[in-house]
Ligand binder design. Structure first.
Ligand SMILES: C[S@@+](CC[C@H](N)C(=O)[O-])C[C@H]1O[C@@H](n2cnc3c(N)ncnc32)[C@H](O)[C@@H]1O
Length: 396
């Protein structure tokens, strides 16, 4: 086992790094990478209070609004600001992926691999009182954690969360119910069990059971049509869902309609081997390095992952409106999960164009091997590792 500045890396992992052209030195940076936090908009005045409580200096991250760095050993979970939902623990590279989306007021955003939700929360904060966010993840327990997070931070009014396979998810944003006037009308007009009322965790058990039963029977009908039904596990009062019937919500539009009415922005933060995340790799010290073989190094798994990544990218792009933009990111630094996926995707999509990420001029990252793509890594960026690419959809 090779010792890399306190983090012992087993032979098979070193082989994996070598096979993928990755320098093990990135893992030596583990002790010098700061921890990052993001303050909820409106909580910026709390910095002195937070510094006093945590007994450390918060350094503003100049290139990333709302982000601060602090020494790596500081634990934020017990701090008052964190408990009160005024501070998020999120890496600066994750913030960069969201910034690359260039979210504008009123955008309808799809986050296709949303859980546990750090990026989704940032998107909701950027949108404030406008637009909507649709979060999708295949893992219900992880998406439930995301739901807990948006409730904790009180930002779920314009959000809906679906448990669904992101390679097949087909719902476009529901437009037209977002202002509070129409919400009130909808509230007065709803009737029947089939209509979505505002989601609340405090609904009586009987009502939740009835909803689940209705969902099951209505899902059978839809499954017959599409063989895949997304399960709605959270919807805020202005998500556009309240007042709709299940049949209305589950209508999948034809591709021609998506070009005009699809999402303005799509984030595909794809499942990956997580090898760029030092904190993730460090966890294998506790889990046992042998589990690394199954989760990271297994070649068959990597093949399946690259297929999944490509399919997620394809479907995210399908749901993007013409002129919209899509960001693809992974926390792997391997070429096969990043540049190769991008090349395969571009080769089959004449309407996809790689975009320069304008905001990145000041970012501490380097270019990927395809121009316009970006790579954050612990040594250069002092962040977790992340690959980022941005596309737009041209008219057919
Ligand atoms: C890198 S994590 C996403 C992190 C998230 N964007 C955040 O900022 O917290 C990848 C996620 O993809 C999800 N995932 C894996 N396969 C999927 C699929 N077929 N469809 C949708 N989500 C999937 C995993 O459950 C996992 O939560």
């Amino acid at each position: 086992m090779a010792e890399t500045s306190g983090l012992p890396l087993p032979g098979p992992f070193l082989d994996f790094l070598e096979a993928n052209g990755l320098n093990p030195a990135i893992y030596t940076a583990s002790n010098s990478i700061p921890r990052y936090i993001r303050l909820k908009p409106g909580s910026e005045s709390l910095t002195e209070e937070i510094e006093a409580e945590m007994q450390c200096k918060l350094e503003r991250v100049g290139w990333l609004p709302g982000f601060y760095s602090l020494p790596p050993q500081i634990q934020i979970a017990s701090s008052q600001a964190y408990k009160e939902g005024k501070m998020y623990g999120v890496d600066a590279a994750s913030g960069a992926a969201v910034l690359a989306l260039d979210v504008s007021v009123g955008d309808h955003v799809l986050d296709l691999c949303a859980a546990p939700g750090a990026k989704l929360c940032m998107i909701l904060d950027l949108l404030g009182d406008s637009g909507s966010v649709t979060g999708v993840d295949v893992a219900s327990h992880r998406l439930a954690a995301c739901r807990t997070m948006i409730q904790k931070y009180g930002i779920g009014d314009r959000c809906r969360l679906f448990v669904s396979d992101g390679t097949k998810f087909s719902l476009i944003p529901v437009k037209g119910c977002w202002d509070s006037t129409s919400f009130q009308q909808v509230n007065q007009n709803w009737g029947g069990d089939d209509v979505f009322k505002e989601w609340t965790s405090r609904r009586p058990w009987k009502e939740r059971k009835r909803t689940a039963k209705t969902r099951k029977s209505s899902s059978l009908k839809v499954v017959a049509e599409s063989d895949h039904l997304p399960e709605l596990i959270f919807y805020g009062r202005n998500s556009g869902v309240v007042g709709l019937t299940k049949s209305e919500l589950h209508q999948s539009p034809p591709d021609s309609e998506v070009s005009g009415n699809g999402y303005d922005k799509v984030l595909v933060d794809a499942e990956c081997t997580h090898d760029g995340s030092i904190r993730h790799v460090q966890k294998f010290e506790q889990w046992g390095w042998e589990t690394l073989n199954q989760r990271v190094l297994n070649a068959e798994r990597t093949d399946n992952l690259t297929t999944l990544q490509l399919n997620l990218l394809r479907n995210g792009f399908r749901l993007l409106k013409v002129g919209g933009s899509l960001v693809y990111s992974t926390c792997s630094l391997t070429v096969c999960q990043n540049e190769e996926v991008i090349m395969r995707f571009l080769a089959e999509n004449a309407s996809a164009e790689l975009l320069e990420i304008d905001a990145a001029r000041d970012w501490p990252c380097r270019s990927g091997s395809i121009p316009k793509t970006l790579r954050f890594d612990p040594v250069v960026s002092k962040t977790s590792g992340l690959f980022v690419a941005k596309f737009t959809k041209l008219s057919p």
